[in-house]
Design a protein around this ligand. Structure first.
Ligand code: UD1
Ligand code: UDP
Length: 368
Protein backbone atom coordinates (compact mmCIF):
# COMPACT_ATOMS: atom_id res chain seq x y z
CA UNK A 1 0.00 0.00 0.00
CA UNK A 2 1.22 3.49 -0.85
CA UNK A 3 0.57 6.10 1.77
CA UNK A 4 -0.85 9.38 0.43
CA UNK A 5 -1.21 12.16 2.98
CA UNK A 6 -3.93 14.66 2.02
CA UNK A 7 -3.73 17.93 3.93
CA UNK A 8 -6.56 20.42 4.49
CA UNK A 9 -6.56 23.58 6.56
CA UNK A 10 -9.34 25.95 5.55
CA UNK A 11 -12.86 25.78 4.10
CA UNK A 12 -11.93 26.13 0.42
CA UNK A 13 -9.15 23.53 0.71
CA UNK A 14 -11.62 21.05 2.18
CA UNK A 15 -14.15 21.71 -0.60
CA UNK A 16 -11.50 21.28 -3.29
CA UNK A 17 -9.68 18.32 -1.69
CA UNK A 18 -12.84 16.38 -0.78
CA UNK A 19 -13.40 15.02 -4.31
CA UNK A 20 -9.68 14.13 -4.54
CA UNK A 21 -9.78 12.26 -1.22
CA UNK A 22 -12.97 10.40 -2.20
CA UNK A 23 -11.46 9.45 -5.56
CA UNK A 24 -8.13 8.27 -4.07
CA UNK A 25 -10.05 6.15 -1.54
CA UNK A 26 -11.48 4.11 -4.42
CA UNK A 27 -8.01 2.71 -5.19
CA UNK A 28 -7.27 -0.30 -2.90
CA UNK A 29 -3.52 0.23 -3.41
CA UNK A 30 -3.70 3.65 -1.76
CA UNK A 31 -3.64 4.17 2.00
CA UNK A 32 -5.24 7.63 2.09
CA UNK A 33 -4.41 9.50 5.28
CA UNK A 34 -6.09 12.80 6.04
CA UNK A 35 -4.46 15.58 8.02
CA UNK A 36 -6.51 18.58 9.11
CA UNK A 37 -4.32 21.45 10.27
CA UNK A 38 -7.59 23.15 11.26
CA UNK A 39 -6.23 26.57 10.33
CA UNK A 40 -10.01 27.10 10.19
CA UNK A 41 -12.06 25.31 12.80
CA UNK A 42 -15.81 25.53 12.40
CA UNK A 43 -15.73 26.31 8.65
CA UNK A 44 -13.44 23.34 8.00
CA UNK A 45 -15.54 20.97 10.09
CA UNK A 46 -18.70 22.04 8.22
CA UNK A 47 -17.25 20.94 4.90
CA UNK A 48 -15.59 17.73 6.10
CA UNK A 49 -18.87 16.73 7.73
CA UNK A 50 -20.82 17.29 4.52
CA UNK A 51 -18.44 15.05 2.55
CA UNK A 52 -18.23 12.46 5.36
CA UNK A 53 -14.48 12.90 5.69
CA UNK A 54 -13.01 12.16 9.10
CA UNK A 55 -9.37 13.29 9.49
CA UNK A 56 -6.90 10.81 10.99
CA UNK A 57 -4.86 13.67 12.46
CA UNK A 58 -6.11 17.06 13.61
CA UNK A 59 -3.62 19.75 14.63
CA UNK A 60 -6.34 22.12 15.91
CA UNK A 61 -4.13 25.08 14.99
CA UNK A 62 -6.68 27.91 14.78
CA UNK A 63 -6.47 30.74 17.28
CA UNK A 64 -8.67 33.87 17.30
CA UNK A 65 -7.37 36.56 14.91
CA UNK A 66 -4.20 34.57 14.23
CA UNK A 67 -1.16 36.38 12.79
CA UNK A 68 0.57 35.06 9.67
CA UNK A 69 4.01 34.60 11.22
CA UNK A 70 2.87 32.73 14.32
CA UNK A 71 0.46 30.62 12.27
CA UNK A 72 3.30 29.69 9.91
CA UNK A 73 5.76 28.91 12.71
CA UNK A 74 3.27 26.78 14.65
CA UNK A 75 2.24 24.87 11.55
CA UNK A 76 5.83 24.04 10.60
CA UNK A 77 6.61 22.69 14.06
CA UNK A 78 3.48 20.55 14.17
CA UNK A 79 3.96 19.28 10.61
CA UNK A 80 7.49 18.20 11.41
CA UNK A 81 6.22 15.81 14.09
CA UNK A 82 3.44 14.46 11.86
CA UNK A 83 5.76 13.73 8.94
CA UNK A 84 8.29 11.97 11.17
CA UNK A 85 5.51 9.78 12.51
CA UNK A 86 3.49 9.19 9.32
CA UNK A 87 6.28 8.88 6.73
CA UNK A 88 3.92 9.21 3.75
CA UNK A 89 5.05 8.29 0.22
CA UNK A 90 3.35 11.36 -1.24
CA UNK A 91 1.75 14.53 0.15
CA UNK A 92 -1.06 16.45 -1.54
CA UNK A 93 -2.46 19.87 -0.71
CA UNK A 94 -4.57 22.39 -2.59
CA UNK A 95 -4.32 26.11 -3.23
CA UNK A 96 -2.52 29.02 -1.64
CA UNK A 97 -3.18 29.24 2.09
CA UNK A 98 -0.58 29.28 4.84
CA UNK A 99 -1.37 25.62 5.44
CA UNK A 100 -0.41 24.75 1.86
CA UNK A 101 2.78 26.81 1.81
CA UNK A 102 4.00 25.27 5.08
CA UNK A 103 3.06 21.74 4.02
CA UNK A 104 5.04 22.14 0.80
CA UNK A 105 8.04 23.35 2.78
CA UNK A 106 7.79 20.58 5.38
CA UNK A 107 7.46 17.99 2.60
CA UNK A 108 10.61 19.39 1.00
CA UNK A 109 12.57 19.23 4.25
CA UNK A 110 11.46 15.62 4.71
CA UNK A 111 12.21 14.82 1.04
CA UNK A 112 8.68 13.62 0.40
CA UNK A 113 7.25 14.34 -3.07
CA UNK A 114 4.55 17.01 -2.95
CA UNK A 115 1.63 17.32 -5.37
CA UNK A 116 0.14 20.79 -5.70
CA UNK A 117 -3.56 20.79 -6.53
CA UNK A 118 -4.74 24.01 -8.25
CA UNK A 119 -1.22 24.85 -9.38
CA UNK A 120 -0.08 27.78 -11.48
CA UNK A 121 -2.58 30.51 -10.54
CA UNK A 122 -0.78 33.85 -10.68
CA UNK A 123 -1.49 37.56 -10.64
CA UNK A 124 2.29 38.24 -10.86
CA UNK A 125 1.83 40.76 -8.04
CA UNK A 126 3.14 39.57 -4.65
CA UNK A 127 0.91 42.02 -2.77
CA UNK A 128 -2.33 40.91 -4.47
CA UNK A 129 -3.77 38.73 -3.18
CA UNK A 130 -1.80 38.89 0.06
CA UNK A 131 -0.33 36.53 1.19
CA UNK A 132 -1.74 33.99 -1.28
CA UNK A 133 0.41 34.93 -4.31
CA UNK A 134 3.58 34.23 -2.30
CA UNK A 135 2.11 31.06 -0.81
CA UNK A 136 1.36 29.52 -4.19
CA UNK A 137 4.67 30.59 -5.73
CA UNK A 138 6.52 28.89 -2.85
CA UNK A 139 4.33 25.77 -2.98
CA UNK A 140 4.80 25.60 -6.74
CA UNK A 141 8.56 25.97 -6.54
CA UNK A 142 8.70 22.94 -4.21
CA UNK A 143 6.15 20.70 -5.94
CA UNK A 144 6.91 17.52 -7.86
CA UNK A 145 3.49 17.45 -9.54
CA UNK A 146 1.59 20.54 -10.65
CA UNK A 147 -2.11 19.83 -11.12
CA UNK A 148 -3.03 22.91 -13.12
CA UNK A 149 -6.73 23.73 -13.48
CA UNK A 150 -6.50 25.44 -16.89
CA UNK A 151 -4.22 25.85 -19.89
CA UNK A 152 -3.51 29.38 -18.67
CA UNK A 153 -2.27 28.14 -15.30
CA UNK A 154 -0.03 25.64 -17.08
CA UNK A 155 1.41 28.49 -19.17
CA UNK A 156 2.16 30.44 -15.99
CA UNK A 157 4.16 27.50 -14.65
CA UNK A 158 6.08 27.07 -17.92
CA UNK A 159 6.93 30.78 -17.75
CA UNK A 160 8.44 30.15 -14.30
CA UNK A 161 10.61 27.36 -15.68
CA UNK A 162 8.63 24.32 -14.56
CA UNK A 163 9.19 21.47 -17.00
CA UNK A 164 6.24 20.47 -19.16
CA UNK A 165 6.25 16.85 -18.02
CA UNK A 166 5.67 17.87 -14.36
CA UNK A 167 2.43 19.71 -15.22
CA UNK A 168 -0.95 18.08 -15.84
CA UNK A 169 -3.98 20.15 -16.79
CA UNK A 170 -6.70 18.52 -14.73
CA UNK A 171 -9.46 21.13 -14.41
CA UNK A 172 -10.30 22.52 -11.00
CA UNK A 173 -11.56 20.06 -8.41
CA UNK A 174 -14.01 22.77 -7.25
CA UNK A 175 -16.18 21.78 -10.22
CA UNK A 176 -16.04 18.11 -9.16
CA UNK A 177 -17.34 19.19 -5.73
CA UNK A 178 -19.97 21.46 -7.25
CA UNK A 179 -21.32 18.72 -9.52
CA UNK A 180 -21.51 16.37 -6.52
CA UNK A 181 -23.62 18.97 -4.70
CA UNK A 182 -25.55 21.29 -7.02
CA UNK A 183 -28.36 18.91 -7.98
CA UNK A 184 -29.07 17.87 -4.37
CA UNK A 185 -32.31 19.32 -3.06
CA UNK A 186 -30.84 21.29 -0.16
CA UNK A 187 -32.45 24.38 1.39
CA UNK A 188 -30.56 27.60 2.09
CA UNK A 189 -32.13 27.50 5.54
CA UNK A 190 -32.72 31.26 5.66
CA UNK A 191 -36.01 33.03 4.88
CA UNK A 192 -35.62 35.26 1.85
CA UNK A 193 -38.30 37.40 0.18
CA UNK A 194 -39.68 35.57 -2.85
CA UNK A 195 -40.41 38.78 -4.79
CA UNK A 196 -36.93 40.35 -4.63
CA UNK A 197 -33.71 39.91 -6.53
CA UNK A 198 -31.27 38.17 -4.20
CA UNK A 199 -27.70 39.46 -4.34
CA UNK A 200 -25.31 37.12 -2.54
CA UNK A 201 -22.20 38.68 -0.98
CA UNK A 202 -18.96 37.25 0.43
CA UNK A 203 -15.74 39.06 1.32
CA UNK A 204 -12.62 38.18 3.28
CA UNK A 205 -9.41 39.25 1.46
CA UNK A 206 -6.64 40.51 3.72
CA UNK A 207 -5.51 43.18 1.22
CA UNK A 208 -8.98 44.75 1.55
CA UNK A 209 -8.87 45.00 5.36
CA UNK A 210 -9.24 48.53 6.69
CA UNK A 211 -10.45 51.37 4.43
CA UNK A 212 -11.18 49.25 1.30
CA UNK A 213 -13.42 46.89 3.28
CA UNK A 214 -15.15 49.85 4.90
CA UNK A 215 -15.81 51.21 1.36
CA UNK A 216 -17.14 47.82 0.26
CA UNK A 217 -19.64 47.81 3.14
CA UNK A 218 -20.70 51.42 2.49
CA UNK A 219 -21.30 50.51 -1.17
CA UNK A 220 -23.42 47.49 -0.16
CA UNK A 221 -25.45 49.71 2.15
CA UNK A 222 -25.96 52.27 -0.64
CA UNK A 223 -27.04 49.49 -3.01
CA UNK A 224 -29.61 48.14 -0.54
CA UNK A 225 -31.03 51.53 0.43
CA UNK A 226 -31.42 52.60 -3.22
CA UNK A 227 -32.90 49.37 -4.57
CA UNK A 228 -35.87 48.20 -2.55
CA UNK A 229 -36.50 45.41 -5.12
CA UNK A 230 -33.17 43.86 -4.06
CA UNK A 231 -32.33 41.80 -0.98
CA UNK A 232 -28.71 41.22 0.04
CA UNK A 233 -27.75 37.90 1.61
CA UNK A 234 -24.33 38.18 3.20
CA UNK A 235 -22.81 35.19 5.08
CA UNK A 236 -20.09 37.01 7.01
CA UNK A 237 -16.61 35.49 7.27
CA UNK A 238 -15.66 35.03 10.97
CA UNK A 239 -12.30 36.80 10.64
CA UNK A 240 -12.70 39.62 13.21
CA UNK A 241 -11.33 42.19 10.70
CA UNK A 242 -14.35 41.42 8.52
CA UNK A 243 -17.01 40.48 11.02
CA UNK A 244 -16.90 43.66 13.09
CA UNK A 245 -16.98 46.13 10.18
CA UNK A 246 -19.69 44.22 8.30
CA UNK A 247 -21.94 44.20 11.36
CA UNK A 248 -21.16 47.81 12.30
CA UNK A 249 -22.06 49.15 8.83
CA UNK A 250 -24.77 46.75 7.63
CA UNK A 251 -26.81 45.67 10.66
CA UNK A 252 -30.40 46.86 11.00
CA UNK A 253 -31.16 47.37 7.28
CA UNK A 254 -34.43 45.67 6.27
CA UNK A 255 -33.25 44.34 2.91
CA UNK A 256 -29.89 43.01 4.14
CA UNK A 257 -29.57 39.62 5.86
CA UNK A 258 -26.26 39.13 7.63
CA UNK A 259 -25.68 35.55 8.74
CA UNK A 260 -22.92 33.20 9.82
CA UNK A 261 -21.02 31.34 7.08
CA UNK A 262 -23.38 28.92 5.39
CA UNK A 263 -22.59 25.23 5.19
CA UNK A 264 -21.31 24.33 1.73
CA UNK A 265 -24.50 22.79 0.31
CA UNK A 266 -26.77 25.61 1.55
CA UNK A 267 -24.25 28.07 0.11
CA UNK A 268 -24.48 26.34 -3.27
CA UNK A 269 -28.27 26.61 -2.95
CA UNK A 270 -27.85 30.34 -2.19
CA UNK A 271 -25.70 30.79 -5.30
CA UNK A 272 -28.40 29.05 -7.35
CA UNK A 273 -31.11 31.25 -5.81
CA UNK A 274 -29.16 34.50 -6.34
CA UNK A 275 -29.63 36.98 -9.17
CA UNK A 276 -25.92 37.74 -9.09
CA UNK A 277 -22.99 37.59 -6.66
CA UNK A 278 -20.61 40.21 -5.26
CA UNK A 279 -17.49 38.54 -3.88
CA UNK A 280 -13.73 38.56 -3.49
CA UNK A 281 -13.60 34.78 -3.06
CA UNK A 282 -11.47 32.62 -5.33
CA UNK A 283 -13.76 29.60 -5.25
CA UNK A 284 -16.90 31.60 -5.90
CA UNK A 285 -15.33 33.06 -9.08
CA UNK A 286 -14.98 29.48 -10.31
CA UNK A 287 -18.34 28.08 -9.18
CA UNK A 288 -20.71 30.90 -10.12
CA UNK A 289 -20.02 30.88 -13.89
CA UNK A 290 -20.84 27.16 -13.98
CA UNK A 291 -24.18 27.98 -12.33
CA UNK A 292 -24.86 30.84 -14.76
CA UNK A 293 -24.50 33.54 -12.10
CA UNK A 294 -22.60 36.78 -12.82
CA UNK A 295 -19.94 37.76 -10.30
CA UNK A 296 -18.70 41.26 -9.53
CA UNK A 297 -15.27 40.72 -7.98
CA UNK A 298 -14.18 43.06 -5.20
CA UNK A 299 -10.55 42.99 -6.26
CA UNK A 300 -8.20 44.91 -8.54
CA UNK A 301 -6.67 41.77 -10.07
CA UNK A 302 -7.50 38.12 -10.35
CA UNK A 303 -5.49 34.93 -10.83
CA UNK A 304 -8.63 33.51 -12.48
CA UNK A 305 -8.76 35.48 -15.75
CA UNK A 306 -10.66 32.85 -17.75
CA UNK A 307 -14.15 33.85 -16.59
CA UNK A 308 -13.31 37.55 -16.96
CA UNK A 309 -12.24 36.85 -20.56
CA UNK A 310 -15.53 34.97 -21.09
CA UNK A 311 -17.33 38.13 -19.92
CA UNK A 312 -19.20 36.44 -17.04
CA UNK A 313 -17.08 37.87 -14.20
CA UNK A 314 -16.18 41.56 -13.84
CA UNK A 315 -13.40 42.99 -11.69
CA UNK A 316 -14.82 46.00 -9.88
CA UNK A 317 -12.15 46.56 -7.21
CA UNK A 318 -12.91 47.87 -3.75
CA UNK A 319 -13.79 51.52 -4.38
CA UNK A 320 -17.25 52.78 -3.37
CA UNK A 321 -17.96 54.51 -6.72
CA UNK A 322 -16.97 51.56 -8.93
CA UNK A 323 -18.88 48.99 -6.87
CA UNK A 324 -22.02 51.14 -6.87
CA UNK A 325 -21.80 51.88 -10.63
CA UNK A 326 -21.15 48.27 -11.71
CA UNK A 327 -23.82 46.86 -9.43
CA UNK A 328 -26.44 49.34 -10.59
CA UNK A 329 -25.65 48.59 -14.24
CA UNK A 330 -26.06 44.85 -13.68
CA UNK A 331 -29.38 45.47 -11.92
CA UNK A 332 -30.77 47.89 -14.51
CA UNK A 333 -29.44 46.64 -17.87
CA UNK A 334 -31.01 43.29 -18.77
CA UNK A 335 -28.84 42.90 -21.90
CA UNK A 336 -25.65 43.21 -19.83
CA UNK A 337 -27.14 40.84 -17.27
CA UNK A 338 -28.12 38.17 -19.83
CA UNK A 339 -24.66 38.20 -21.38
CA UNK A 340 -23.04 37.66 -17.96
CA UNK A 341 -25.57 34.98 -16.89
CA UNK A 342 -25.21 32.70 -19.87
CA UNK A 343 -23.45 29.89 -17.98
CA UNK A 344 -19.96 28.69 -18.90
CA UNK A 345 -17.49 26.49 -17.04
CA UNK A 346 -13.93 27.48 -17.91
CA UNK A 347 -12.55 25.86 -14.76
CA UNK A 348 -13.39 22.21 -15.15
CA UNK A 349 -15.56 19.33 -16.30
CA UNK A 350 -15.94 17.47 -13.00
CA UNK A 351 -13.20 14.90 -13.70
CA UNK A 352 -10.18 16.67 -12.20
CA UNK A 353 -9.90 14.34 -9.20
CA UNK A 354 -9.92 11.28 -11.42
CA UNK A 355 -7.03 12.74 -13.45
CA UNK A 356 -5.03 13.48 -10.29
CA UNK A 357 -5.56 9.96 -8.97
CA UNK A 358 -4.51 8.58 -12.37
CA UNK A 359 -1.21 10.49 -12.25
CA UNK A 360 -0.39 9.03 -8.83
CA UNK A 361 -1.34 5.51 -9.93
CA UNK A 362 0.99 5.79 -12.89
CA UNK A 363 3.80 7.08 -10.64
CA UNK A 364 3.51 4.17 -8.23
CA UNK A 365 3.07 1.61 -11.06
CA UNK A 366 6.34 2.77 -12.63
CA UNK A 367 8.15 2.34 -9.31
CA UNK A 368 7.02 -1.31 -8.92
C1 UD1 B 1 -7.74 32.03 5.06
C2 UD1 B 1 -6.60 31.99 4.04
C3 UD1 B 1 -7.10 32.55 2.70
C4 UD1 B 1 -8.35 31.83 2.25
C5 UD1 B 1 -9.40 31.90 3.35
C6 UD1 B 1 -10.63 31.12 2.98
C7 UD1 B 1 -4.29 32.34 4.80
C8 UD1 B 1 -3.31 33.33 5.29
N1 UD1 B 1 -5.52 32.84 4.51
O1 UD1 B 1 -8.06 33.38 5.32
O2 UD1 B 1 -6.08 32.38 1.73
O3 UD1 B 1 -8.83 32.46 1.08
O4 UD1 B 1 -8.86 31.33 4.56
O5 UD1 B 1 -11.70 31.45 3.81
O6 UD1 B 1 -4.00 31.17 4.70
N2 UD1 B 1 -12.05 32.04 12.03
C9 UD1 B 1 -12.98 31.50 12.88
N3 UD1 B 1 -13.53 30.28 12.56
C10 UD1 B 1 -13.22 29.61 11.44
C11 UD1 B 1 -12.29 30.18 10.55
C12 UD1 B 1 -11.71 31.40 10.86
O7 UD1 B 1 -13.29 32.07 13.92
O8 UD1 B 1 -13.77 28.52 11.19
C13 UD1 B 1 -11.43 33.35 12.38
C14 UD1 B 1 -10.35 33.20 13.49
O9 UD1 B 1 -10.39 34.34 14.30
C15 UD1 B 1 -9.05 33.17 12.66
C16 UD1 B 1 -9.41 34.17 11.58
O10 UD1 B 1 -10.77 33.90 11.26
O11 UD1 B 1 -7.91 33.52 13.40
C17 UD1 B 1 -8.53 34.16 10.38
O12 UD1 B 1 -8.36 32.85 9.86
P1 UD1 B 1 -7.15 32.59 8.81
O13 UD1 B 1 -7.24 31.20 8.31
O14 UD1 B 1 -5.86 33.02 9.41
O15 UD1 B 1 -7.43 33.64 7.67
P2 UD1 B 1 -8.67 33.81 6.72
O16 UD1 B 1 -8.94 35.27 6.62
O17 UD1 B 1 -9.76 32.90 7.13
N1 UDP C 1 -18.65 28.94 0.84
C1 UDP C 1 -19.42 28.27 1.78
N2 UDP C 1 -20.16 29.01 2.68
C2 UDP C 1 -20.15 30.37 2.67
C3 UDP C 1 -19.34 31.03 1.73
C4 UDP C 1 -18.59 30.29 0.82
O1 UDP C 1 -19.47 27.04 1.80
O2 UDP C 1 -20.85 30.97 3.50
C5 UDP C 1 -17.84 28.13 -0.11
C6 UDP C 1 -17.95 28.48 -1.57
O3 UDP C 1 -18.92 27.68 -2.21
C7 UDP C 1 -16.56 28.21 -2.12
C8 UDP C 1 -15.65 28.37 -0.92
O4 UDP C 1 -16.49 28.38 0.23
O5 UDP C 1 -16.41 26.89 -2.58
C9 UDP C 1 -14.87 29.63 -1.01
O6 UDP C 1 -14.22 29.84 0.19
P1 UDP C 1 -13.61 31.23 0.61
O7 UDP C 1 -14.32 32.33 -0.09
O8 UDP C 1 -13.62 31.24 2.10
O9 UDP C 1 -12.11 31.11 0.16
P2 UDP C 1 -11.35 31.40 -1.22
O10 UDP C 1 -11.99 30.59 -2.28
O11 UDP C 1 -11.41 32.86 -1.47
O12 UDP C 1 -9.97 30.96 -0.91
Amino acid sequence: MKKILCVVGTRPEAIKMAPVILELQKNPDFDVRILATAQHRHMLDQVLGFFNIDPHIDLNIMRPNQALTTLTARLLLELDDVLLEEKPDVILAQGDTTTVMTVALAAFYHRIPFGHVEAGLRTWDMQNPFPEEANRVIAGRLAKWHFAPTKGSKENLLREGVVDSDIVVTGNTVIDALLMTADKDIEIGIDLPADKKIVLVTSHRRENFGEPFNDICRALKHLALNNQNVHLLYPVHPNPNVHKVAHDVLSGIDNITLCDPLDYAPFVAAMKRSYFIISDSGGVQEEAPALGKPVLVLREETERPEAVQEGVVELVGASFAKIVASTQKLLDDTAVYSEMARGVSPYGDGLASRRISGVLKEYFDKKK
